[in-house]
Ligand binder design. Structure first.
Ligand code: F0G
Length: 353
């Protein structure tokens, strides 16, 4: 009966911190596909499902928390909003601010966000400040700006962001009929894993599910503070979305892993990029590099002898592959550079027919 209304209208009664009668600023985010991953399922001997968050309006899961954050900012009379970002939060904030008629201001680490994400922020009309520093510096600055100037902070340190993002857990449980046994996802600033845990916990308390999943978080080895227990002052990874050395939701994420008897695991960039290609070629799902970390993590756990047979596994793939095509194409220069004359036989020879 009609199209999906966006996460606020679909789940309003279950979302805390929204002012009474608040009007939703929405691009009809959420309602994303849960795709059965046949190849991964056959590898585990169980069921593996991909929550494809790249299908959100701006191409990442950030839209779930941005519809709530921007709706609240607007309801509270804000005129400008600010965020620090590795790219996706800024793209999402800029779009929702445009929809709401607010002024978006973004702080991004110089040279470290993909062209696609930059294009989104620019076209949606954001004022962009490039910072000589990393995401962690940008977040400190965004907090300072919101403290001292008339601009509302919409990073996930704003708790209304997690309230929106937790709806992904509701959707998964609604579709599967219960919570999965395991949930795997990439971790950067650690808001998303914390939000899923909130959502799964709420559904169990409401009696809508019989269990909560074991939460498995994956970081890039050059930016793995939750694995080592120490901040990374100079985080580095090709998965720029999760190039974060001192996650804001550190404690909430640790609590999720601990309460669920899960863990954090570091992956090499090679493992992450290889999983991105496997996912594209075997499952037909194109994600950005950071978004493949959950799949890379499943493959790494299987290789280390973990047993997921008979288990229901959900993996969040967080952002669309078109977000960062230059990293995707880096190891395929030979393919991209093959050019032939406009001639059938030349094409056949090049194709090895
Ligand atoms: N995957 C993608 C594609 C992301 O953009 C992010 C975070 C994450 C995973 C990690 O999620 O931070 O909640 O642990 N991107 C933020 C940004 C930092 O600015 O777009 P997290």
């Amino acid at each position: 009966n009609g199209q999906w209304r966006g996460i606020i209208e679909e789940y309003r009664d279950l979302i805390d911190l929204l002012p009474e009668g608040m009007e939703a600023v929405t691009l009809r985010e959420g309602g994303t596909p849960l795709v059965r991953a046949d190849w991964l399922s056959s590898l585990t001997g169980g069921q593996v499902w991909l929550k494809v968050e790249g299908n959100n309006p701006t191409g990442s899961f950030k839209d779930r928390g941005m519809t709530t954050a921007i709706s609240v900012a607007k309801a509270e009379g804000a005129e400008a909003v600010v965020c620090a970002s590795t790219g996706n939060t800024s793209a999402s904030m800029a779009a929702y601010a445009a929809k709401a008629g607010l002024k978006p201001l973004v702080l991004i680490p110089e040279g470290k966000i993909s062209a696609g994400k930059m294009a989104q922020a620019v076209l949606h009309g954001a004022q962009i400040i490039m910072v000589r520093g990393n995401f962690d510096h940008c977040l400190d600055m965004a907090r300072g700006l919101a403290r001292d100037y008339p601009v509302a902070l919409v990073n996930s340190v704003n708790p209304v962001r997690l309230q929106g993002q937790k709806t992904a857990a509701f959707e998964i449980a609604d579709f599967l009929g219960d919570a999965p046994d395991h949930h795997l996802l990439p971790v950067g600033n650690a808001g998303n894993i914390s939000a899923y845990w909130l959502g799964y916990t709420q559904y169990e308390q409401l009696g809508r599910t019989t269990k909560r999943p074991v939460m498995h978080g994956f970081q890039a080895e050059g930016a793995a503070p939750l694995v080592t227990g120490e901040p990374f002052p100079d985080p580095e990874t090709k998965a720029t979305a999760i190039r974060i050395g001192n996650p804001a939701s550190w404690h909430l994420a640790e609590q999720a892993a601990k309460e669920s008897e899960g863990e954090f695991t570091a992956l090499s960039d090679e493992q992450i990029l290889a999983a991105q290609v496997e996912l594209a070629r075997r499952e037909g799902v194109f994600v950005e590099p950071a978004s493949a970390a959950g799949v890379a993590g499943l493959l790494a756990h299987l290789e280390a002898g973990a047993d997921f047979s008979g288990q229901v596994v959900a993996i969040t793939v967080t952002g669309h592959g078109l977000k960062d095509t230059s990293t995707a194409l880096e190891s395929f220069t030979d393919v991209v550079d093959t050019v032939v004359d406009a001639d059938v036989d030349a094409a056949a020879r090049a194709a090895g027919l």
